[in-house]
Design a binder for this molecule. Structure first.
Ligand SMILES: [Zn+2]
Length: 340
């Protein structure tokens, strides 16, 4: 097993082995060591990763150090170190157009309406512009992106427990942190350096504020079921210019990583991930717009509707049955059916 593979194998177990319960962290914990003790340990470091966590209701920043014997240690940073680690990103975000144009800390969708279904060019999204990518805390999808209960489900629901740690997917700046009455509940929106925005909904507790610079993997909140949610889960959205697309187009949620096919190997063997965003990602919008519904009136039969919408009573009725997953051909007045 090469080192990189090994890290990806071992890393999720370490980072997510801690759970937040009743205001306490459980699981593996770093025990502070004296300098002398540290000197005695001559284990080879294989990776240092900046991460944050919450303890006693407070956000802590630090570094997770992985050693070759697969043990790990978490070392907290001083306020000065925290400042420094975000300084470059802060300067970058202050000067980048995407953080100054269409920026709103109160509106969910601040961009001017863009018709991305007719996007001519492919937009190359750098998925690891600086830092890595963090997948949602769980690899189990409760409900995918797509058409659901007569409306578009604009995100992926991933399974989890109340209080599970939610982390920023990429480096970026928190644009919105607030309660949304429209169904999202406690919601955090992060705008990333790669131009994407990610939405994290139904949180039980928001930990980041609008304006915060976050690094990939930073704790931003805790999983919950606020808003329109049936049990605790993360509703995760990915948007470009306000327009949602399926996060699973690029994320392999089961294996908690960006899909291998988007890996690009540079001249010196360095790996990066680039996603070619195109109109294909938004073709669902056109499909949804062409969806049509009919409320059954007295005396109407499936055959009648088949004739009306497809010009063929039998075949049309079959299509309508399939669209509505009907088991019998009996319909009732007042019943709402999808006909296209
Ligand atoms: Zn959802």
């Amino acid at each position: 097993m090469n080192v990189k593979k090994f890290i990806f194998f071992i890393f999720p177990f370490i980072t997510f082995s801690q759970t937040y319960k009743n205001g306490e962290w459980t699981g593996s914990e770093h025990t502070p060591q004296t300098q002398q003790q540290e000197l005695k340990i001559e284990k080879k470091e294989i990776l240092r990763k900046s991460v944050s966590k919450i303890k006693d209701g407070q956000k802590w920043f630090g570094e997770l150090i992985l050693f070759e014997d697969s043990t790990a240690k978490w070392v907290s940073w001083t306020p000065q170190e925290i400042e420094t680690s975000r300084e470059i990103l802060k300067i970058k975000s202050d000067t980048m157009k995407i953080f100054n144009e269409y920026w709103s800390t109160t509106k969910l969708f601040p961009y001017k309406k863009q018709n991305l279904q007719n996007l001519k060019d492919t937009i190359l999204i750098d998925l690891e512009v600086s830092g890595s990518f963090y997948c949602s805390p769980s690899n189990k999808v409760n409900s995918p992106f797509g058409w659901r209960y007569r409306r578009q489900h604009h995100g992926v629901d991933t399974h989890g427990k109340e209080g599970d740690t939610l982390r920023a997917a990429f480096d970026g700046k928190v644009r919105f942190s607030g309660y949304n009455d429209g169904g999202y509940g406690h919601l955090i929106i992060i705008r990333h350096f790669n131009g994407l925005e990610t939405y994290y909904a139904h949180q039980s507790k928001r930990i980041s504020q609008a304006g915060d610079i976050v690094k990939a993997g930073d704790v931003i909140g805790l999983m919950g079921e606020t808003g329109r949610a049936d049990g605790p889960h993360l509703h995760f959205e990915m948007r470009y210019y306000d327009q949602a697309f399926n996060p699973e187009n690029l994320i392999d949620i089961k294996n908690q990583k960006i899909k291998d096919k988007f890996k690009v190997i540079g001249k010196n063997g360095e790996e990066s991930y680039i996603y070619p965003l195109s109109k294909k990602d938004f073709s669902y919008i056109k499909k949804n717009n062409s969806k049509k519904y009919h409320t059954v009136k007295k005396g109407e039969t499936l055959g009648y509707l088949g004739q009306k919408y497809y010009g063929e009573a039998y075949n049309g009725a079959q299509k309508i049955m399939k669209l509505n997953k009907l088991k019998s051909d009996i319909i009732h007045p007042g019943q709402k059916l999808r006909v296209k």
